[in-house]
Design a protein around this ligand. Structure first.
Ligand SMILES: Cc1cc2nc3c(=O)[nH]c(=O)nc-3n(C[C@H](O)[C@H](O)[C@H](O)COP(=O)(O)O)c2cc1C
Length: 256
């Protein structure tokens, strides 16, 4: 038996939540094999995963404008579930996850997984980083671990009527925040290698293809020289727009 931790996490928040759940499952079952599958890895062949019916998959994605990021769904849809048990996690930056969880449920159901549980987890807002900046905190991790433990015991299909979200899902919308590159760039190419959609020119990482960029903020987050940033005025507007909905800390939600 193996545990698969399958995550799309450009700035690391979703991975923190998925790590807590997957590691707690591993600590409480008769197996020590944890395979981490990074859905931002553009070159990985996701159809090559051999998931067995006795395995458990933890599948985690962030909410992007209330939906599953299209790059994540494209990669998840290549995986075969083979009746394995799955737990789905949607993370969000304390605004709302809207239709992300129900969409993730639909995507994962199509792959022949048996979804037994779901969680909505607040993690640092990857664009407006002052919101939920310390989440998941110690208490959140404790709750995720309890949820993981209950997931091991769960054996019935999770009823999607229990979940929040609507079908048809809200319209997909792009966040128009394409990072710019400053003269601090040392041409190390890390951003180009790690961009989930190959929007950054590997030969000249100062150039970002705005038609490909999904504004995931990975390049801003990982640049060692802080050479990538988004327009300060646009960021001010985003922070302002989120102020009302993001200021009060939201609770984690668990469905089994
Ligand atoms: C393009 C984009 C859209 C986002 N849309 C939402 C949203 O609709 N609601 C919300 O609460 N957070 C939203 N966020 C915040 C992320 O869901 C949140 O920060 C998540 O933890 C990021 O995951 P990561 O750290 O694994 O990259 C958005 C972030 C990005 C980059």
């Amino acid at each position: 038996m193996k545990v698969y931790e399958i995550f799309f996490s450009p700035t690391g928040g979703t991975k923190k939540a998925a790590d807590a759940v997957a590691e707690e499952i591993i600590n409480n079952i008769d197996s020590s094999i944890l395979e981490k599958v990074d859905l931002t890895d553009y070159n990985f062949d996701f159809s090559s995963l051999k998931i067995d019916k006795d395995d458990i998959a933890v599948i985690a994605v962030p909410a992007y404008a209330g939906r599953v990021p299209s790059t994540a769904s494209k990669h998840i849809l290549q995986i075969q579930g083979n009746n394995a048990k799955a737990v789905i996690i949607c993370t969000y930056g304390n605004r709302a996850y809207d239709d992300t969880m129900i969409e993730l449920y639909d995507i994962v159901s199509k792959l022949n997984f048996k979804i037994v549980s779901a969680a909505a987890a607040v993690t640092r807002h990857s664009i407006a980083i002052k919101y939920a900046s310390n989440r998941p905190d110690e208490n959140d991790i404790k709750k995720l671990k309890e949820f993981a433990y209950n997931t091991i015991k769960a054996s019935s299909f999770l009823d999607d009527n229990k979940l929040n979200g609507n079908r048809p899902y809200k319209k997909m919308s792009n966040v128009p925040l394409v990072p710019k590159t400053s003269s601090k760039c040392t041409n190390c190419k890390l951003c180009a290698k790690k961009c989930p959609v190959q929007a950054i020119d590997i030969n000249n990482p100062k150039i970002i293809d705005k038609t490909k960029c999904i504004s995931c903020m990975r390049c801003v987050h990982i640049c060692h020289c802080s050479a990538k940033s988004v327009n300060k005025f646009m960021l001010f507007l985003v922070n302002l727009a989120l102020k009302k909905t993001c200021s009060k800390a939201k609770d984690y939600e668990f469905y089994i």
